[in-house]
Design a protein around this ligand. Structure first.
Ligand code: MN
Ligand code: MN
Length: 472
């Protein structure tokens, strides 16, 4: 009986809708207006990616955005009242922005932590050399990169050089179409038979990541190192530096390409450094766009050094965040330990997106999918949840309710199958301060590659999720 069968189907369908966890594509749930907003939001995001290719540049962009939104630099001498907007920069490489809430700090803050550093190739302290009349920079890569991905792609050079007289020279070359770029050369396939036998993580070895920077010798004189000399002469003309100045420099080679739309439907963003500038941008925007004075003080920290383990004074293992909270706490006669214990934190970092080309490394129920919203990861880590903070059911429940109430499209995320590998975020360092912390972020394809890919709808959902969190 077809009728009967149909009604049975409807009943099970209804029951499934009530009882089962559903997964919905953002494009199917977004209104036309919301889709337009998401696409427009990502135009600003792409501009940020192009302007902020290093942690220093990202801090500069963040501060400019803060100032534009009426935030003032934090002063230890000033007292702050509800609605005041402040920011504090740590050594030009990390930044904290905050809006003072209506409640006393003793009740805790709503904190979002994202990182501004991204995998790249740093120059060594003595980088310049010449070999076979070609000039090169020696490098030491920063963060977890698949080294072979960084060969044969145009690189730009960003950073600072501190000269002997302590004056600083800013370097940014290779971004404008009129400027030269640099590159690491790779072996032609015709002669790669031996190279192919190397394990993939040594296809290009660390000491082979040498950046080609020139090939013409100085004049036609005889002698050694004339190509190197010519390069040094050009650098001296342009930046006023000598070879010894590299000793006190931080120069970073990054992909020279701009962020672009990806796909015929322009649904995706491709670009360098989206891990984790995507969460940095969305978190900061969420704070800057906060129209009402929040109940609880809202804090966004954009930190450095996450990709190398968060050590160092600009990373989240440093005391700078705790000290900032302490400064705020003292002004309100609040105890720091109470502030921390009552605070809630979103550790805003990217997660792996399911890649149909490599389905085996992820587990299909728990992995995040591109376009299905912002990913929530209760834990990260590896080998039996090592190296992570495992958020409590209570705190996950709280965030779940917040996102559902605010109609945020969100999904679970997991850094690969159990025992497949794994990785961590800054979540554990915040949780170790006795703060409730949960990982929330945008799913990424080709993470840590020179050209990472995210979905515009997920980027927008991250912004909306963070806005709900800081506005509450
Ligand atoms: Mn990250
Ligand atoms: Mn990373």
């Amino acid at each position: 009986m077809p009728n009967n069968k149909n009604s049975k189907n409807t009943k099970s369908k209804q029951l499934k809708e009530t009882l089962f966890l559903q997964r919905k594509h953002t494009a199917k749930i977004f209104s036309e207006t919301e889709q337009k907003k998401a696409d427009k939001f990502c135009e600003g995001y792409k501009s940020f990616l192009d302007a902020a290719k290093t942690e220093r540049e990202a801090v500069r962009e963040a501060v400019a955005a803060c100032v534009k939104a009426g935030f003032a630099e934090f002063s230890g001498a000033k007292n702050y009242k509800a609605g005041d907007k402040i920011y504090a920069v740590n050594r030009g490489k990390s930044v904290i922005a905050a809006i003072i809430g209506k409640e006393n700090l003793q009740n805790g803050v709503n904190l979002i932590a994202a990182h501004l550093d991204a995998p790249r190739i740093d120059l060594k302290q003595r980088p310049l050399y010449e070999e076979a009349e070609l000039a090169y920079f020696k490098t030491h890569y920063y963060g977890g990169i698949k080294k072979y991905q960084w060969t044969a792609v145009p690189l730009a050079l960003h950073g600072v050089v501190v000269k002997a007289d302590l004056s600083t020279v800013e370097v940014c070359i290779g971004e404008d179409d009129s400027e030269p770029v640099f590159a690491v050369t790779d072996l032609l396939p015709h002669l790669a038979e031996e190279q192919y036998k190397r394990p993939a993580n040594q296809l290009i070895k660390g000491e082979e990541l040498n950046i080609l920077i020139g090939s013409r010798p100085f004049n036609d004189e005889k002698g050694s190192d004339l190509v190197k000399l010519n390069i040094m002469r050009l650098l001296n003309e342009k930046y006023g530096i000598v070879e010894a100045d590299f000793l006190s420099a931080e120069l970073e080679a990054v992909p020279a390409h701009k962020a672009r739309d990806v796909g015929f439907d322009r649904s995706l963003v491709g670009g360098y450094g989206q891990d984790d500038r995507v969460c940095s941008y969305t978190a900061l925007r969420a704070l800057l766009d906060c129209k009402k004075t929040p109940k609880r003080t809202a804090v966004v920290v954009l930190t450095d050094k996450e990709e190398v383990g968060s050590d160092g004074n600009t990373g989240l293992k440093s005391a700078y965040l705790r000290d900032f909270l302490q400064d705020l706490a003292e002004k309100q006669k609040a105890q720091l330990r109470a502030v921390l214990a009552n605070s809630k934190c979103i550790s805003a970092d990217v997660n792996v997106a399911f890649d149909p080309n490599f389905p085996d490394v992820t587990e299909k129920l728990n992995v995040a999918y591109v376009n299905y919203g912002v990913a929530v990861a209760k834990f990260t880590g590896a080998r039996g949840k090592s190296g992570t903070s495992d958020a409590s059911a209570e705190f996950v429940g709280e965030i779940r309710k917040l996102f559902d109430t605010n109609k945020i499209a969100w999904q679970t995320g997991e850094l690969g199958k159990v025992d497949q590998g794994g990785g961590g975020t800054v979540a554990m360092f915040l949780a170790n301060m006795n703060i409730d912390t949960l990982d929330v972020g945008v799913p990424v394809l080709s993470m840590h590659a020179p050209f990472e890919i995210t979905a515009k709808n997920d980027v927008y959902m991250a912004y909306r999720a963070f806005a709900a969190f800081v506005g509450g």
